[in-house]
Design a protein around this ligand. Structure first.
Ligand code: PLP
Length: 441
């Protein structure tokens, strides 16, 4: 007998990006172990998403759970205004240690979107402290995703994002076409950077910062661009006095095969956003890091302080989860795990190229993507994936997986087999039934 009241769920609870009038079908999950979601009916699904890219060590991890239990019993929460605690200090130490040298200051927040908001506010306040109060706009590239709050939305992809819906209220930012290079072909980097240069030439006096996802543009379409582009962005930002904000919320902590994706390009940002995998996906937490220079500029601004302070800032329970997760990351097992996932994904996904509906197959680190030649509906494809025993959620035109790093070879094969099977099915659909696969938003 079902314990979940599905009818109540349907009538009263919003799920991400859904309508209350036409609710999206939902799957009831009872528990989760390692790389499997266990449903109410006992069915086990291999998780290809790591719960939106966060649960990198898998579910039920002993080390994270015991660390959190201990914290829960001593100090689950205390305000951070005028108070500090050991989990926050340890975590900040770990982050300063793990990230590049210039990043020394840490601001803890509760979600990725807020880490992005904080980074944008920091950049604008910095320039106020450096006597350039007109620098208030943000540059970015198309196909980006940085969160769903207002300022974060304003730097998401202007065509697939929410710009038309909220046009009047969204700050107007400066967009450049997204890089047309791929991860291992830098042919177009020079022309791509020329476009950014001309944008900077026109707008630099009003630009406080440039924000982008390093190497891997995730929610905007799972694109991988060449490290030379990121290196070029860093140079142009320096030349035009624009701060560089790197959003590693999706890519940080090993996903692309480097601890941080900016390492592929040997660059260092002025500000860095981390979230998602920060706690190993056990609880929400994010951080914005910045350099001494950015922090000094903010102190020299008329306000003299950084104006942000969430109620649950540096929540001790969340910090304890992150401490435990980062200890696991620091054991460096992820390096072999991600490398072998990458090899296997390349081997097993390649054959999808033969299906007529497949536009592209690409792999970077522990992310595998089959891009289809049209928009896909998660609602329609979900039952097919459930039947195949996997949890895979399509968006836009991509079937992708970002599994936990601890996934076994046979579990990964089950995921890639399901991806190929659905890609094949989409290729065999005739023109009329193809209509059913169109996304309805
Ligand atoms: C998910 C994501 C965010 C937003 O994080 P939330 O925790 O959902 O607010 C921001 N930037 C990137 C790159 C992301 O992938």
């Amino acid at each position: 007998m079902s314990k979940i009241d599905y009818l109540f769920d349907q009538q009263h609870i919003w799920h991400p990006y859904t309508s209350m009038k036409h609710p999206f079908p939902v799957t009831g999950v009872q528990s989760a172990q390692e790389c499997e979601l266990i449903l109410e009916n006992g069915q086990r699904l291999i998780d290809g998403t790591s719960s939106w890219w966060s649960c990198v060590h898998g579910y039920g991890n002993e080390h994270i759970i015991s660390t959190m239990k201990q914290q829960l019993e001593t100090l689950p929460h205390v305000m951070f205004g005028g108070i500090t605690h050991e989990p926050a200090v340890s975590l900040a130490k770990q982050l300063v240690e793990m990230t590049c040298e210039p990043l020394t200051k840490v601001f803890f927040a509760d979600s990725g979107s807020i880490a992005v908001e904080v980074s944008l506010k920091m950049a604008i306040q910095y320039w106020q402290g450096r006597g350039k109060p007109n620098k208030q706009q943000i540059a970015t590239i198309k196909h980006g995703y940085h969160g769903d709050t207002f300022a974060a939305m304003s730097v998401c992809d202007p065509d697939n994002g929410m710009h038309t819906m909220f046009d009047a209220i969204l700050p107007k930012q400066v967009f450049t076409p997204s890089p047309t290079s791929s991860f291992d072909d830098n042919t177009n980097v020079t022309s791509d950077l020329a476009k950014l240069r001309s944008s900077f030439e026109e707008h630099h006096q009003s630009l406080a910062a440039m924000i982008l996802e390093p190497i891997h543009q995730a929610a905007g379409g799972m694109y991988f661009y060449h490290p030379d582009y990121l290196a070029g962005v860093r140079k142009l930002c320096d030349e035009f006095e624009i701060l560089l904000i790197i959003d590693e919320i999706a890519t940080g902590f090993g996903r692309t095969g480097k601890l941080f994706a900016y390492e592929h390009a040997n660059v260092t940002p002025d500000l860095l956003c981390v979230g998602k995998a920060l706690t190993g996906g056990y609880i929400s937490l994010s951080a914005t890091m910045c350099t001494d220079e950015v922090a000094a500029g903010i102190s020299d601004s008329p306000a003299g302080v950084f104006m942000h302070g969430p109620t649950f800032m540096a929540n001790p329970l969340a910090c304890s989860a992150a401490n435990a997760s980062l200890e696991l990351i620091n054991s460096n097992e992820w390096q072999d795990q991600v490398a072998s996932i990458e090899t296997q994904l390349k081997e097993e996904l390649a054959e999808a190229k033969q299906f007529s509906a497949v536009k592209d197959v690409r792999v970077l680190g522990a992310t595998g993507v089959i891009e289809i030649n049209r928009s896909l509906s998660a609602a329609i494809l979900q039952p097919h994936f459930l039947e195949l025993g996997v949890w895979i959620r399509v968006f836009g035109s991509v079937i992708y997986i970002m599994p936990p790093y601890i996934i076994s070879k046979s579990q990964l094969t089950k995921l890639t087999t399901a991806m190929k099977q659905v890609a094949k099915m989409l290729s065999e659909e005739n023109i009329t039934s193809t209509q059913h696969f169109l996304s309805h938003g």
